[in-house]
Design a protein around this ligand. Structure first.
Ligand SMILES: Cc1cc2nc3c(=O)[nH]c(=O)nc-3n(C[C@H](O)[C@H](O)[C@H](O)COP(=O)(O)OP(=O)(O)OC[C@H]3O[C@@H](n4cnc5c(N)ncnc54)[C@H](O)[C@@H]3O)c2cc1C
Length: 459
């Protein structure tokens, strides 16, 4: 066999997995469809600014990405944590601590309940709304609203009954254990794309290979076991509609692609039809969250109350969507030219209510820009340029779609194939969830736990 392990996908999931396996002595090949690495953590240069085309911060409940770096012999450094969140309601901003008016004793009671409940028991509440669980422990409306607000900002859900208790409480427990607070997020000095590239360098320098512009189109399956992949690479793509794919052979293949990209290469004739149905169901736009938004370069820092706060609102006055805005250049001034600043704003769209027609999207984005300008009026006079977007964020973390509601790391009928990435069964938030899933999958490939990661909850 050419490689010990083939990893499909070059985002943080693929990079984490590749770095762990390469450090454990495996010869790894990473295949990434795009010309650049980092997937939803990539960035682009625009008019002198570095724009994160996807992810914004590292939500690091128990520092899994930092630990993977340490295992691989490199160091992840952060500039600073996010500040206090200003919350917008009824025409004004208030800092979170004033806005929620929590009863401190009630808040502490809830923290104790979370800390005293095991991860496994919390996972049992995956299909229960967070409010139902909270009401068993407190009747304080401020405490309930505060925990729901964190869940909204973290999993980008809108209505209270869509907040999965298990999903958010597991993450809260990790945060309380590691940081002694319910939530935080960090900005890595190397940027988000750099965070992925450093891990890919580990693969490259430890006997492995990372190939970009290599789209996996099929799996090589022999007697029910995966023996490699077929990929269209830059080298074998002469620009035809249907170029001949190249074969890469290995006895272990791990996919880290989003669930909606799986059917591009999983051969439907080799997996049970119920699994194919599940992949198709989870991939439906109704089950996903999208992020609309814009980046705005400004000639003065525009923010309300805290320069490093992630500004949040639960109901945009023109779109009806929850959203956020923050001053990216406050975390890392080097991403913007001298004298300019970069503001990032996003609104969450539940795919169930998404209208994909061009007119509807235009109208939605227009309304979104206006509602953010209503909330941060200085934007109107100080914007130099604006760049609007609409991205796929992730599978919704609603009851029924978390934990066992997602695809498992191994699907029946295909030996030697493993699945991870942030849309597969794993715990955590965004990048953290993807990396944690990679650790779980790496240990499956290695046939046992890696002692260095003892104490980390895999989910
Ligand atoms: C606007 C936005 C804001 C976000 N904010 C945050 C945040 O603040 N904090 C946070 O933690 N997370 C955030 N996220 C989520 C975070 O970016 C993702 O959870 C994370 O990057 C997912 O990593 P991944 O490796 O699982 O998937 P991806 O990054 O999607 O990587 C999968 C890779 O597989 C490749 N691929 C797909 N099909 C094939 C194929 N057939 N062959 C080869 N390669 C293939 C893709 O090109 C991609 O590069 C945000 C996402 C968005 C979109």
């Amino acid at each position: 066999m050419d490689y010990d392990v083939i990893v499909i996908g070059g985002g943080i999931g693929g990079a984490s997995l590749g770095a762990i396996l390469a450090t454990a002595g495996k010869k790894v090949l990473v295949l990434e469809r795009e010309k650049v690495l980092a997937g939803r953590m990539t960035d682009i240069s625009f008019k002198g600014h570095t724009i994160n085309a996807g992810g914004h911060f590292l939500g690091e409940p128990d520092d899994i990405i930092g630990k993977i770096y340490e295992y691989a012999g490199i160091k992840l450094e952060y500039t600073s944590e996010i500040g206090e969140s200003p919350i917008y309601r009824d025409g004004k901003w208030s800092l979170a601590r004033e806005f929620f008016k929590m009863d401190k004793e009630e808040y502490k009671k809830v923290i104790r309940a979370i800390n005293q409940t095991s991860f496994e028991e919390l996972a049992g509440y995956d299909d229960v709304p967070l409010r139902t669980w909270l009401q068993k422990h407190t009747r304080d409306p401020g405490t309930i609203a505060m925990f729901e607000n964190i869940c909204r900002g973290e999993f980008l859900m809108d209505d209270w009954y869509n907040f999965s208790a298990g999903e958010t409480l597991i993450v809260r427990k990790m945060y309380f254990q590691r940081w002694r607070r319910p939530v935080t997020a960090l900005w890595p000095t190397c940027g988000l794309k750099g965070t992925v590239e450093n891990l890919m360098n580990v693969v490259n320098t430890r006997n492995g290979e990372v190939i970009t512009d290599a789209r996996v189109v099929d799996l090589i399956v022999e007697n029910g076991s995966v023996r490699g992949v077929k990929a269209v690479t830059r080298a074998n793509d002469p620009g035809e509609d249907y170029p001949e794919p190249e074969e890469f052979r290995s006895n272990s293949v791990v996919s880290t692609v989003p669930v909606w990209a799986l059917s591009d290469f999983i051969p439907r004739e080799t997996v049970p039809s119920s699994t194919m149905e599940r992949i198709r169901f989870l991939s439906r736009i109704e089950n996903r969250i999208l992020i609309m938004g814009f980046y705005a370069a400004t000639n003065k820092p525009v923010y309300a109350m805290d320069e490093k706060g992630v500004h949040l609102w639960d109901h945009g006055e023109r779109t009806g969507c929850p959203g956020y805005a923050y001053l990216q250049s406050a975390f890392d001034p080097s991403i913007s030219p001298e004298g300019e600043n970069l503001l990032v704003a996003g609104g969450f769209i539940d795919g169930a209510y998404f209208n994909p027609s061009r007119n509807a999207i235009e109208k939605l984005l227009g309304n979104f820009v206006s509602e953010v300008e209503d909330m941060l009026p200085e934007l109107k006079d100080h914007t130099l340029w604006r760049n609007r977007h609409l991205y796929d964020y992730n599978l919704a973390s609603k009851p029924g779609f978390t934990g066992k509601g997602r695809l498992p790391n191994k699907i029946p009928g295909l030996e030697n194939l493993y699945l991870c990435g942030d849309g597969i069964q794993a715990r955590g938030v965004g990048t953290d969830r993807a990396a944690r899933g990679s650790l779980a999958c790496a240990e499956m490939v290695l046939n046992g736990p890696i002692p260095f990661f003892e104490g980390i909850y895999r989910g």
